[in-house]
Design a protein around this ligand. Structure first.
Ligand SMILES: [Fe+2]
Length: 270
């Protein structure tokens, strides 16, 4: 039940994307892939996908899942863009995306479906699926956004923006639909997993000037997470989170990102 995990870092947005595969069957999932985006020219670029595509080719993987952890507000998602590469893959995210669509589509005057139909499948909290022979499950982790989910695939957990590295703490909760108390409760569900669970995070900004990093464990998070180690109460967390969020600027690519990502990202022109 130990999948192989390859990570791909996008320096412009400090995002980690993943290709996860079952070594026995070579079935794979791609999690949170990223496109380049130039806001000055509105141009998209598939450069960040090339190492990921090369990895899939070199390892002879069959991509069966294209998974998003949430509607990202800081980069353009490539899930829908990649779908033509692997028509048999299921493009999926959490059911909460419907609420995100209903919140943001009117705000941006987008004439798009708000029933989640841009995706092949919307996961319910607790839903189980398989990556080849490896059991996987979806854990709803609202708080950073209302649609956030984590994916547990064998002994590997992909947290999206709920948990960062222990010295990075947690993600902001001040976007529409965000809620610090909800994030605290969501993360308690993740911290209840076995200590040895491998944890793969979605963003790292190299706090204190250290090299960027993306893998930790539940045990390390429980012992060391600066916002949410075992001794931190709900009230302490909410106070810390809200004080920090009050200092944060809007992400540079927030509006183009949310517009695109509530639809699973842009489609590739054919
Ligand atoms: Fe995010």
């Amino acid at each position: 039940m130990t999948p192989h995990v390859a990570s791909f870092f996008h320096p412009d947005s400090h995002t980690f994307s993943y290709v996860v595969h079952d070594p026995a069957t070579r079935q794979a999932a791609v999690i949170d892939p990223v496109l380049d985006y130039d806001p000055d020219t509105d141009a998209l670029g598939a450069g960040p996908l090339q190492p990921l595509l090369a990895h899939v080719r070199e390892h002879g993987l069959q991509v069966r899942w294209l998974l998003e952890t949430h509607a990202h507000a800081d980069h353009i998602s490539a899930g829908r863009w990649l779908k033509p590469h692997w028509p048999q893959a299921t493009l999926a995210m959490g059911q909460g995306i419907v609420q995100v669509q209903r919140t943001f589509a009117p705000r941006y005057a987008l004439d798009v479906p708000t029933d989640g139909s841009q995706f092949d499948h919307l996961f319910a909290d607790g839903e189980r699926f398989a990556l080849g022979d490896i059991a996987a499950e979806v854990i709803a982790v609202p708080g950073h956004t209302s649609d956030s989910v984590a994916y547990r695939i064998g002994d590997a957990l992909f947290t999206g923006d709920s948990l960062f590295m222990p010295d990075g703490g947690t993600a902001r909760c001040d976007f529409p639909g965000g809620d610090a108390a909800q994030l605290y409760r969501s993360i308690q569900r993740l911290l209840a997993l076995p200590d040895a669970t491998r944890v793969f995070i979605c963003h790292d900004y190299g706090p204190g000037g250290r090299e960027v990093a993306n893998e930790t464990t539940i045990g390390d998070q429980r012992a060391c997470n600066i916002h949410l180690r075992d001794s931190v109460s709900l009230a302490e967390f909410v106070a810390t989170r809200q004080a920090r969020d009050a200092t944060l600027a809007e992400p540079k690519l927030m509006h183009p990102s949310v517009k695109a990502n509530l639809q699973g990202g842009p489609q590739r022109a054919t």
